[in-house]
Design a protein around this ligand. Structure first.
Ligand SMILES: *Cc1c(COP(=O)(O)O)cnc(C)c1O
Length: 411
């Protein structure tokens, strides 16, 4: 098995997907996607690591039972299937250890609970995924942890918000729904100087298009539900740590008893094998659709860091090696029935939550009433698009039909 512990990695510009150079046994990302976490010899030659379903593991001797000194001891503590995915994700994200959770949100709560205690203060981006916010304002608050939300554009200015009892910073870049890019290296510098942990929700970039550890992050989270699984058919979360955060993350996840289902883990391993080619296509198609939408008379703005006109474009170019298929569009003001006509006339874009599957999606969103550090004043209705793997010519035609229905409902 390609073990993440035994591989040497260095920073390099010659690999566009992860900044790792291929030398002496280490491979480029496309190759790693195919080979990471696989060991056919250990499974009678079968290409894929099988689904181990298991709780009980039998011990041969009393001595073995008493010392617990063997590779597998109990289903919750790991199976070959779970280890295969953990090692592959750790390798791809450039961390030293990954643990799994049954959903992206479970990975976020596990990572936060691993570090905080009563009396602590944490700094969380104002543009964070909404359920992360609900966790901070609900459970964490009840446990005596206070959250301050910060302007995602603050960068090094975050230092002014650090208190004596601040424990960690939680970044999500680009921001959920609004896609503000954060200056993670500047925030990381403050974290190092002030002894804070830095946790990043890296779901948008996937393990391929941002290596958060190179930017100074201690813990990187993926909602594996999105691009890793990639087919809208399973829920999964991953938590990847650097050396410094490794033990805290392991202990935290074990204390909570979080286990990802074996079938879900298998689906994630399967999704991983095609992640590279899928993402390239999502990126290319999303860029084309974002440019096309920018030129439409009904559109006020498109929020997508891969667009040259985007305010976060320079940071994206500096820190990321690619873009995924998710962006938002602010329409010019229209009446609600016109918006409804647009959305309900689409046949290829489904309306629904989540993203990262092979299919195109759209959801309207409204942030009024919950941002606290920043103001969100869109010119008109806001829509979040996920561009799937369909032919972009058909996607454009579908949206053009929607805009025609919008116009008909307006006149
Ligand atoms: C979807 C999502 C999550 C949560 O993942 P689930 O698997 O749905 O719990 C967390 N962070 C981001 C950025 C997401 O988009």
């Amino acid at each position: 098995m390609a073990s993440f512990d035994s591989e040497t990695r260095t920073d390099s510009k010659d690999n566009p997907s992860g900044g790792e150079t291929a030398h002496e046994g280490a491979h480029h990302t496309a190759t790693r996607l195919v080979h990471a976490g696989r060991d056919p010899k250990a499974h009678e030659g079968f290409v894929n690591t099988p689904v181990y379903r298991g709780s009980t593991v039998l011990f041969e001797t009393v001595a073995e039972l008493e010392t617990g000194n063997r590779r597998y001891t109990y289903g919750r503590k790991g199976t070959p299937t779970i280890e295969a995915l953990e090692s592959a994700i750790a390798e791809l994200e450039g961390g030293v250890r990954t643990v799994l959770a049954p959903s992206g949100l479970a990975a976020i709560s596990s990572a936060l609970l691993a570090f905080v205690e009563a009396g602590d203060h944490i700094l969380v981006s104002d543009s964070v995924y909404r359920p992360t916010r609900l966790l901070c304002d609900g459970l964490l608050k009840r446990l005596g942890v206070e959250t301050t939300y910060y302007d995602p554009l603050l960068g090094a200015g975050i230092e002014a918000l650090v208190r004596e009892n601040t424990r960690l910073v939680f970044v999500e870049s680009p921001g959920s729904q609004t896609f503000e890019m954060q200056d993670i290296p500047a925030i990381a510098k403050v974290c190092r100087a002030r002894g804070l942990w830095l946790i990043a929700d890296n779901t948008w970039a996937s393990p391929l298009y941002c290596n958060p550890f190179r930017l100074g992050v201690d813990v990187s989270i993926q909602a594996g539900t999105k691009y890793v699984v990639g087919h809208a058919d399973a829920m999964l979360g991953t938590i990847t740590a650097n050396e410094r955060a490794r033990n805290a993350i392991l202990r935290g996840n074990q204390a909570l008893g979080l286990v990802a289902g074996s079938e879900e883990v298998y689906l994630a391993l399967r999704g991983l094998r095609t992640l590279g080619v899928r993402l390239e296509r999502h990126w290319q198609a999303a860029l084309e659709m974002a440019e096309w939408l920018s030129a439409r008379p009904e559109v006020a703005r498109v929020l997508y860091p891969a667009l040259e006109s985007d305010p976060g474009h320079d940071i994206w170019r500096r820190d990321y090696t690619g873009a995924s298929g998710l962006f938002s569009v602010i329409l010019k003001p229209i009446a609600k029935p016109a918006l409804v006509a647009f959305l309900e006339s689409l046949t290829l874009f489904g309306m629904g939550y989540s993203w990262g599957g092979y299919e195109s999606l759209v959801v309207p969103f409204d942030l009024h009433g919950y941002r606290t550090a920043t103001q969100w004043r869109p010119e008109g209705p806001a829509l979040r698009f996920h561009i799937g793997l369909e032919d972009v010519r058909d996607l454009k035609r579908d949206l053009a039909r929607g805009f025609a229905a919008m116009a008909a409902a307006t006149s």
